[in-house]
Ligand binder design. Sequence first.
Ligand code: FAD
Length: 536
Amino acid sequence: MATKLLLTFAICRLLVTVGLTLDPTELLLLGVDGQLSFDPTDVETASLDFGLLTRAAPPLAVLHPASAQDIAQLVKTAYGSNFGFTVSARGHGHSINGQTQPANGVVVQMSGSKLRASGRIRKPAEPRVWPGERYVDVWGGELWIDVLRSTLEYGLAPKSWTDYLYLSVGGTLSNAGISGQAFNHGPQISNVHELDVVTGKGDLLTCSEEQNSELFHAVLGGLGQFGIITRARISLEPAPQKVRWIRVLYSNFWAFTRDQEYLISLHAQTGSQKFDYVEGFVIVDEGLINNWRSSFFSPRNPVKISSLDPNGGVLYCLEITKNYQESTASTIDKEVESLLKKLNFIPATVFTTDLLYVDFLDRVHKAELKLRSKGLWEVPHPWLNLFVPKSKIADFDKGVFKGILGNKTSGPILIYPMNKNKWDHRSSAVTPDEDVFYLVALLRSALDNGEETHSLEYLTDQNRQILRFCDDAGINAKQYLPHYTTHEEWMDHFGNKWDWFYKMKMEFDPRHILASGQQIFTPSFLSSTKMAASWR
Ligand code: FAD
C-alpha cells in the first residue's frame, strides 16, 4: 500500500515538475538492481550541497546504484528518451555552487548509498588492493577516507591527497584533487592508471593512457561532462607510519613565497632531501588562531601575533611535513633541521608536532566535528579558489591580502605553490600558463550573527571584488572548482582547450545530459531560458 502511494505521488510529482517534457514511465520502468528513489527526503538532500548558496529545483528522482550497469541503464534511457532528462552524479555533495544538481533530471547518488548499509540488494564493489602492482581499484563514489583505510591494511596508501578525506573519488577526479603533496606527486588526477566510465550515451567503457585515451584525459578534471566514473585505479606507495608536522611564521611575503618556491623546487631530490608536503596560509587577524585550521597552535605552543608583528599587518604561515617510519625516527631530526636551516622564517616561531600518518591526513575531519558541535558546519560557504601565476602572486598579496580583505577573513585562506610539470596537459584541468602557480583558497563561512563582515552578502561581494581586481590587474588567475554561468565565461576559462573540450562533449555526451549543474552546456532538449528557470 505504502509503495503504491509513493509511486502515485512520484508520478504526480513528475508530471507537475516537468509538465509534459518527460514521460514518467521511462523512469518508473527502469529495471535496476539498486533503488530508484522518489522519497522526498532523498530528493531534498540531493538538491543541496556544502555551499548552501543555491537551491535548484529538486531532482525528479535519486538513483542509488548497485553497479556501473545500473548507471549505464539510466543514462542510456536518458539518451534514448523522446522527451529527455538529465543525469548528474553526486559524490558527497561537497560542491559549492550547485554543480551536482541536474536541470530536469535524476541524481545518481554515488557515495554513502543506503544499499551499503542495508545489505538488501547488490551493492557497489568494495575497494580491491593489488599489493604487487601497487594500485587499488575503487568504486567512483568511494570516499577517500575509506580508500585510505583499505589500502593501509596492506601497508600502502595513495600518494596525492586533498586536505579533507570525506570527498568522493569521482568528485575530486572531476576537478583535480590537490593538497600539499601536489608539488611532488602532482594532483590526484596525475595518479590514476585506469577508469571505468559511463558516457553520456550510456556506454560503459574502460579507459587509460593506452585504451580510449581521449576519454581518459577528458574525464580527468572534466567537471563530470563526459561520463560518470564508476571505477578508478589509483596508484599507491608504501604508507609512512608517522609525520612530523611543522609550522613556521613570516611577516615578509617575499621571504615566505621564496621559501615555498625553493621547497617545491626540491621535488626531484631523494626523500631525505625534501619535505613531503608544502602548504601555507595567511593570517590577517588574530581571531584566526582559534580557527579550524589553526587548532595546531596548542596551549603548549602559544603564539601571540601582536608580539610577532607590532604593526598588526598580515602574517604568513608555512606548513610542511616530513613522513617517516618508526625505524627511521632517529634520522628525522637531522633531516628536518638541515632543511629548515635554509629557510628565512621569523626565528623562534617553529611549531612542531608528531602524529600518525592517518591522523595527519584526516586532520580536517576533527575540525569538522568541532564545528558541527557548535552548529558552524552547515552554514553557507561562499568559497573562492584561484590558481594564481607565480609572476603575479606579489600583486595578489598587495591587492587582496593587504587590500580587499581588510582585517577580517571569516575563514582559512590557504596559499601554496605547485609545479605545472606535475600536471598532465592532456587532462581537462585548467591551470595558468607558468611553470609555477599558487593555489589561493578563500575558505570562508557566512554567519547570520548580525556582524556585517560575516554576512553572505559581504563575503560574496568581496569575492566579486577579488575577481574584478584580478581582471583589472592582469593577474590571469584561473578558478579552481570553477563556477560560471555564461557560455562566454566558460570559453574564456578553458582558453585554448575549449575547442577540444567542446569536441569531446559532442563525442561522449552529444545530448548534453551529464552534469548540467555545472552550467557549461544546455541539454539539447531544454532551451537556455528553461535551463535558467530551473535555478533559483
Ligand atoms: P560532488 O560535489 O558530489 O560532485 C562534484 C562534481 O563532480 C559534480 O559536477 C558531479 O556531477 C561530479 N561528479 C561527482 N561524482 C562523479 C563521478 N563519479 N563521475 C563523474 N563526475 C562526478 N578539493 C581539493 O582539491 N583539495 C582539497 O583539499 C579540498 N578540500 C575540501 C574540503 C572541504 C571541507 C570541502 C567541502 C571541499 C574540499 N575540496 C577540496 C573540494 C572538493 O574536491 C570538490 O568539491 C569535490 O567535487 C568534492 O567531492 P564530492 O564527492 O563531494 O563531489
